[in-house]
Design a protein around this ligand. Structure first.
Ligand SMILES: Nc1ncnc2c1ncn2[C@@H]1O[C@H](COP(=O)(O)OP(=O)(O)OP(=O)(O)O)[C@@H](O)[C@H]1O
Ligand SMILES: [Mg+2]
Length: 367
């Protein structure tokens, strides 16, 4: 029986019989690859373009095949944005002889362009384009986490360095207190002690917020949490001339959260929204709209304002620790919020337009 079976198993020395694909099959594979592919001959004429590449260029393949690069750049149906990107790729890869070039398209996706030419290509130029948005996202998250971890370490050492001398000062003032009392200056001792305690509290608060501890979770309804936040911020909002509204989802939405931490996140965002509204000017009627909804297995909390909005430079650095555009800001609000939401298995996204407003969306897993 075994010997019968062994006859059917190829021996290592035999190797597997080579499989031959005909040219049609090869072409079919290339046509439907998830990367975009374009082949130019030595005269710069486009001789092959696959489905994905035509999709990226948003033009039918029949219009592109046989074109030269120059003709492509003058194509009336190609958008100006794409023409600019193609020109840039041409400059980087052919002119500056770089084999790789990264770009972001008009929809915010990251693409890696690779060019292959030389002897192995017989004078042809092969361009391939691959969507690397997911890798970029992972890279950015890792970078963000690294920075937050570093911030945690710095904070811990600051606390150590400042708290120790404060404890010593507190001890000696207590020893001096009876002497100050004799001099009728007990009030001085009292003030020094209160101020030392206040400094200690500030350090404690700072450490707690810059390095959020593991969440102590309880199950809670999102709506009652948001009602509380609105209650807490309404009067400050009124003073600053902005109305805060809450649109609750009709169904009750429960999440498992550290209530103190998530409240801190939403308060941070509402406070940022108020600041952004204040910066527009006194005449402006501010509006902060908090609303809830669901997406797949997540609760969505949206905090939208009609404040001054953000430019590109602010948007890309928004969650960086210590990044602030405010005179008295610490720039910790959003970086800490980001860490808290990530610790809860959620996510924060933001959409903003300069001069129009900003919308933050917090996603938290539904219970
Ligand atoms: N809703 C918003 N509209 C416009 N800009 C915003 C908004 N939210 C945040 N920002 C920008 O992001 C920056 C970082 O915000 P973050 O909350 O981390 O720090 P901060 O508000 O500057 O300081 P802190 O929170 O310590 O008071 C802000 O300085 C501001 O430029
Ligand atoms: Mg803030």
């Amino acid at each position: 029986m075994i010997s019968e079976f062994q006859d059917t198993v190829p021996r290592p020395t035999d190797g597997f019989p080579p499989v031959h694909l005909d040219n049609n099959k090869y072409e079919n594979v290339l046509e439907h690859l998830d990367s975009g592919i374009m082949l130019f001959d030595s005269n710069g004429v486009l001789t092959f373009i696959n489905v994905q590449m035509a999709k990226l260029l948003e033009l039918p393949r029949s219009l592109l095949s046989g074109c030269t690069l120059m003709q492509m750049l003058h194509h009336p149906q190609m958008s100006r944005f794409k023409k600019k990107k193609i020109l840039r790729i041409y400059r980087e890869t052919i002119f500056h002889r770089k084999r790789y070039h990264e770009l972001i398209d008009e929809y915010g996706r990251h693409w890696l362009v690779t060019v292959t030419y030389g002897d192995q290509m017989d004078g042809d130029f092969l361009f391939s384009v691959k969507d690397v948005s997911d890798y970029k996202q992972i890279e950015q998250t890792a970078y963000q986490n690294d920075k937050l971890a570093m911030l945690g370490r710095i904070s811990a050492s600051i606390a150590h360095e400042i708290r120790n001398p404060l404890t010593a000062i507190r001890g000696f003032i207590q020893l001096l207190r009876p002497h100050l009392l004799q001099l009728g200056k007990d009030e001085y001792a009292r003030i020094i002690l209160t101020e030392i305690d206040r400094a200690n509290d500030i350090i404690y608060e700072f450490l707690n917020s810059s390095k959020p501890s593991a969440p102590q979770k309880t199950i809670m309804s999102v709506n009652s949490l948001l009602k509380e936040v609105v209650l807490l911020t309404e009067s400050e909002g009124l003073m600053k001339g902005c109305e805060i509204t809450l649109d609750e989802a009709e169904v009750p939405l429960n999440v498992s959260i550290d209530v103190k931490q998530i409240k801190q996140v939403i308060l941070n965002m509402v406070k940022n929204a108020m600041d952004a509204i204040e910066d527009v000017g006194e005449e402006h009627t501010g509006l902060i709209r908090i609303s809830t909804g669901t997406e797949n297995k997540y609760v969505q909390i949206s905090i939208a304002d009609n404040g001054q909005g953000m430019d590109h430079n602010t948007l890309v650095r928004l969650f960086d620790p210590f990044f602030t555009t405010k005179e008295s800001g610490t720039g910790l609000g959003l970086s800490v919020s980001y860490r808290i939401i990530k610790n809860h298995g959620g996510n924060i996204s933001v959409d903003s337009k300069k001069g129009e407003g900003t919308r933050f969306i917090i996603m938290l897993p539904l219970v």
